[in-house]
Design a protein around this ligand. Structure first.
Ligand code: RB5
Length: 161
């Protein structure tokens, strides 16, 4: 699995722990494009790099860390095909992989403690997408993405389908 990881100053410390976890757990195809200090930088730059790599197939999965995970998820989800998920619990990580086929994990370096973050990461990396009925929702997400990119309103035909 090719993983790309990015962070701003708020995510720098947690990024170090995540890199350590990945290398200790056999994830050896990891590209780190994040900043390497706590000097102030701008999160959109890193979010765009990671989301572009994932949505163009240059990486299988992306990890983004800022202070809250919020800014990273906002920017990443502007990329077509990005399914960036801000997770603050292992349950969220399990659900977003199982149901949303999440391809980018966003974490808040000032929100989530190290051990919890590593647990979230482990779940998010290992849990498979469940497919089946969840493909219907994902198809609708793709349809919405297409329509909204033209500036038109997207009106789902049948919410109960
Ligand atoms: C940086 O101060 C902070 O705004 C950023 O790390 C992130 O939390 C934005 O959403």
């Amino acid at each position: 699995m090719k993983i790309i990881i990015g962070n701003d100053h708020g995510g720098y410390r947690l990024k170090l722990k995540i890199l350590e976890y990945l290398s200790e757990n056999g994830y050896d195809d990891v590209v780190n494009i994040g900043c390497d200090s706590e000097d102030i930088v701008r999160y959109p730059y890193y979010a765009a790099k990671v989301a572009h790599a994932v949505t163009t197939g240059k990486a299988d999965r992306g990890i983004l860390i800022c202070s809250t995970g919020l800014g990273m998820s906002i920017l990443a989800n502007r990329h077509k095909g990005a399914r960036a998920s801000l997770c603050t619990s292992t349950f969220m990580a399990k659900m977003t992989r199982g149901h949303n086929d999440s391809n980018i994990l966003c974490l808040g370096g000032k929100i989530t403690g190290e051990m919890e973050a590593l647990d979230i990461l482990e779940t998010w990396l290992e849990k498979e997408f469940e497919g089946g009925r969840h493909n219907i929702s994902l198809g609708l997400v793709r349809e919405a993405e297409e329509t909204l990119s033209t500036g038109d309103e997207w009106i789902p035909e049948n919410p109960n389908l």
